[in-house]
Design a protein around this ligand. Structure first.
Ligand SMILES: C[S@@+](CC[C@H](N)C(=O)[O-])C[C@H]1O[C@@H](n2cnc3c(N)ncnc32)[C@H](O)[C@@H]1O
Length: 233
């Protein structure tokens, strides 16, 4: 009988911020699918849940390189989905681990696009990066009638307009265009209205409220901008 395919959200760092359902499944699936950006880079998601994994669970590292060639990326996703399907066919129950939540900017959803409709899929939600970050510093994301926009920062983001148009903005993937972001925040008079967290929930976590002294921005960094102000000491 064909195995079942699970997408499991593991949160962004703190191993205790994961659902009971996820922990139960991690103990029992046959194969863990661990996405990695570069071969041998290892899996951040695995590091978070390593204490919950069953003794006999196998690991399947699948490479999803961060490249600009869209056709090549599609080919890699298709090939990776094929490998998963072959193992499901053999009766293995498989869990694809995702940092944060599987339905939020995750490679997992690209794999779903390529799996056949006959595959039985179950997605187990996880706590997103921006929810984790907001809770970490006790800053509400939205309240009352306010709105919130989540942005994956890229070269076509009109940062000034996004700040103008929304009460609250979450900027993800900030490392790639940090200087432009910092300039827009400064020029729009919002330097006091931000909080930036890198590696939230991990040993090397950093929390910044003064962007002027920030030098190196790790990939796992998220910035919250609240035009109504941020209370954080
Ligand atoms: C590919 S997205 C993954 C999003 C994830 N699925 C979620 O639910 O938030 C990667 C981005 O998530 C954010 N992120 C992930 N882990 C984080 C962490 N530990 N601390 C701060 N931001 C993090 C960063 O903005 C990073 O660039």
């Amino acid at each position: 009988m064909r195995g079942k395919f699970y997408g499991i959200g593991v949160g962004v760092g703190d191993p205790e911020l994961i659902t009971m359902k996820a922990v139960k499944l991690l103990k029992n699936v046959d194969i863990l699918v661990l996405p990695e950006a570069k071969k041998t880079e290892g899996s951040t998601a695995f590091d978070i849940v390593k204490d919950y994994i069953g003794e006999n669970t196998q690991k399947l590292f699948l490479e999803f390189p961060m490249i600009n060639d869209e056709d090549k990326k599609k080919e890699i996703r298709r090939n990776n989905a094929k490998k998963i399907e072959e193992l499901l066919e053999k009766g293995n129950n498989m869990a694809f681990l995702t940092i944060g939540d599987p339905m939020t900017y995750s490679t997992y959803t690209y794999i779903l696009d390529y799996l056949g409709t006959e595959v039985d899929v179950e997605t187990v939600p996880g706590i997103t990066s921006f929810n984790s970050v907001a809770s970490r510093v006790n800053v509400p994301l939205v309240i009352g009638d306010e709105d919130l926009k989540i942005i994956s920062l890229n070269s076509s983001t009109n940062i000034r307009k996004e700040i103008e148009d929304n009460d609250n903005v979450v900027f993800m993937k900030v490392s790639r265009h940090f200087n432009e972001l910092r300039t827009a925040i400064k020029e729009s008079g919002n330097l006091e209205n931000i909080i930036l967290i890198s590696n939230c929930g991990k040993d090397d976590e950093e929390i910044h409220t003064n962007l002027d002294i920030v030098e190196k921005i790790p990939y796992f960094s998220t910035l919250i901008l609240k035009k109504g102000g941020i209370k954080y000491e």
